[in-house]
Design a protein around this ligand. Structure first.
Ligand SMILES: *Cc1c(COP(=O)(O)O)cnc(C)c1O
Length: 362
């Protein structure tokens, strides 16, 4: 008998989500973003399933790209932040890893490098996120210098990144699209702008390459807000556990550390073996939904390192061993993230190694 808390990873859901990405952006190539251990899902497992279904992958740094190469992934891999020191360029060129060029320093490293073979560059343009990228007015000059640089494999793909595409009425996104159009229309190159919310809700942002990350894991980048395309996604990760103890608590008694929940009536409390040590957020408030036997019940009392307590008074009788879902199938992660003051992206990405990943529907 082992601890029942585990993250179930449904590869059939992953295949469904990547097919949806291709269906929604039929004229674009798909770059699957698998940074941060595929948002906590396991980069190698996810990349192996995605490789035959996408045109390229993207990660945050060379270490993440090399992990994929060492496990046999051969698809092109883009470094979304480019290189952090010039020595990384030679490794990237050797391993068919693409690099983002976002500023004058990275451009100088590219021009001064002595590479055995040229590498594919992506030029990032800052249209309003103000984190990475060259000013739109400089885009043409950067484009020409990269194109004529012998270390670059011809023309760079030109990209930008949205600040607020998850707000489907965002004026900023409209402005970013207009600026991107202005900066790139004359260049005659391949372009890329869409992250998951762009792909799902902003068809004008699809261009030649889409870069979905979060949606591949089957969760809506719009949180709990309704969006028709996002409603078609299927969660890859289901965080599961089980009831390990059930007790009656008299009216007026408190439950858990700090007595943050108090029974207002004679109550039945189920204890579940999962806690912040397994990635369930300690900031989740009383009332956060938990699925016990497929029925919703409210979290009651503070999240401990290894356990939570749930008010199951209104459920059909709950017993030791009954299955519990913390998020995933039947309970979108955003419904847990929002009352905990964060987003599903963070909850998934920071899942600790303590929680075993179990692959299903391989
Ligand atoms: C992380 C990232 C993405 C993917 O964003 P999602 O919202 O997870 O789809 C795309 N492009 C860039 C530059 C990123 O950093």
């Amino acid at each position: 008998m082992s601890r029942p808390s585990q993250a179930r990873l449904d590869l059939a859901a992953l295949r469904h989500n990547v097919a949806l990405a291709s269906e929604l952006a039929p004229n674009a190539r798909v770059m699957a973003v698998v940074k941060a251990n595929a948002y906590g899902h396991g980069a190698v497992t996810m990349a192996r399933e995605l490789e035959p279904r996408v045109d390229a992958m993207a990660v945050a740094c060379l270490e993440e790209a090399l992990e994929l190469r060492e496990s046999g992934i051969r698809a092109p891999i883009l470094l979304l932040e480019g290189v952090f020191e010039p020595a990384e360029l030679a490794v990237a060129a050797r391993e068919q890893i693409w690099v983002t060029v976002d500023n004058a320093t990275q451009l100088a490293w590219l021009e001064q490098a002595r590479l055995d073979k040229p590498l594919q560059c992506w030029l990032k343009v800052d249209t309003g996120m103000h984190r990475l990228g060259t000013e739109p007015g400089q885009a043409q000059r950067y484009f020409e210098r990269i194109t004529s640089c012998p270390n670059s494999l011809g023309k760079p793909v030109v990209s930008t990144h949205f600040a607020s595409a998850d707000d489907t009425g965002s004026e900023t996104t409209r402005r970013q699209l207009a600026l991107f159009e202005q900066a790139t229309a004359a260049l005659g190159v391949l372009r890329s702008a869409a992250n998951s919310p762009g792909l799902l809700a902003w068809p004008a942002s699809h261009y030649d390459w889409v870069r979905p990350g979060y949606m591949l894991w089957g969760n809506s980048p719009f949180g709990t807000a309704l969006q028709a395309n996002a409603a078609r996604l299927r969660p890859v990760m289901t965080l599961c556990s089980a009831v390990i103890s059930v007790r009656d608590v008299a009216s007026g008694e408190a439950v858990g550390y700090g007595e943050s929940w108090r029974a207002e009536r004679p109550s039945r409390i189920a204890t579940v073996t999962i806690g912040y040590g397994d990635g369930y957020p300690r900031t989740a408030r009383n009332g956060t939904p938990v699925l016990v036997n497929g029925q919703r019940a409210p979290l009651a009392g503070r999240v401990s390192m290894d356990m939570i307590t749930v008010d199951v008074t209104d459920l059909v009788p709950v017993q030791v061993g009954d299955p519990v879902v913390l998020w995933g199938e039947g309970l979108p992660v955003a419904e847990v993230a929002e009352p905990a003051g964060t987003i599903g992206y963070e909850l998934l990405t920071r899942m600790p190694p303590r929680c075993p990943r179990i692959v299903v529907n391989a």
